[in-house]
Design a protein around this ligand. Structure first.
Ligand SMILES: [Zn+2]
Length: 218
């Protein structure tokens, strides 16, 4: 059996492409148009996996199904190939946030690691949000303050419209002449991070955000 190779955000992308196909099936489109929609969706999925083996390419072939039911079953089967977010111990979590002496830890047993692009939890008392992301093979922790907006807006991470809060974090941008220079950066992000993880289909912004917050530039 092929090893897991699909990331959460990639599965979300595939699901969205399939939703487009299913939507097109609902409209009585001419057959050639429907075929074109399916071919385009298929090409977009393959584009996400430039290194895919022929076996993986066969698994990613979303053009071969005929009914909505078949698509649903296909998606169900594809979840077996999703890479889980790395499992962290309490010790590792604490190490990622060394400044927090009394870090409130998440209940990792209730979190499905197969449905995570990033791991996040909020300390309700202090309104601090903790985020862990795998930045190019290295787990990086970020913390910041969540300020409720009670409004709906576009989330910077997943680009979906929904309930957001203002997340602000302090970065220490290294400047040679001013070692104590602090800069705050902020974003509207989903209040509910599991909802965000369900929607996110690319990590360009998340990566950039983590690189900036880290004060790192590549
Ligand atoms: Zn979001």
């Amino acid at each position: 059996m092929t090893e897991p190779f699909i990331k959460n955000e990639q599965l979300n992308f595939i699901k969205k492409q399939i939703a487009i196909i299913k939507d097109s099936m609902n409209k009585s489109l001419p057959k050639t148009v429907l075929v074109a929609v399916i071919e385009l969706a298929h090409a977009k999925v393959l584009e996400l996996f430039p290194q895919a083996s022929s076996e993986q390419q066969a698994l990613l072939d979303i053009s071969k199904w005929k009914t909505k039911n078949e698509y649903d079953q296909y998606i169900e089967g594809l979840t077996a190939y999703v890479l889980p977010f790395p499992k962290l111990t309490e010790q590792q979590l604490k190490k990622l946030f060394p400044k927090q002496k009394k870090l409130k830890l998440p209940d990792l047993t209730t979190i499905d690691h197969h449905k995570l692009t990033y791991l996040s939890w909020t300390d309700g008392k202090s309104n601090r949000k903790f985020i862990i992301y795998d930045l190019e093979g290295q787990l990086v922790g970020m913390e910041g303050k969540m300020t409720a907006t009670n409004k709906k807006n576009i989330c910077s991470f997943c680009n979906s419209f929904g309930e957001v809060a203002y997340f602000s974090t302090i970065t220490k941008d290294k400047k040679p002449k001013n070692a104590d220079y602090y800069k705050a950066i902020g974003n509207f992000i989903c209040t509910d991070s599991s909802e965000c993880n369900r929607n996110i289909d690319n990590t360009a912004y998340l990566q950039e955000f983590f690189q900036t917050a880290e004060g790192r530039r590549y």
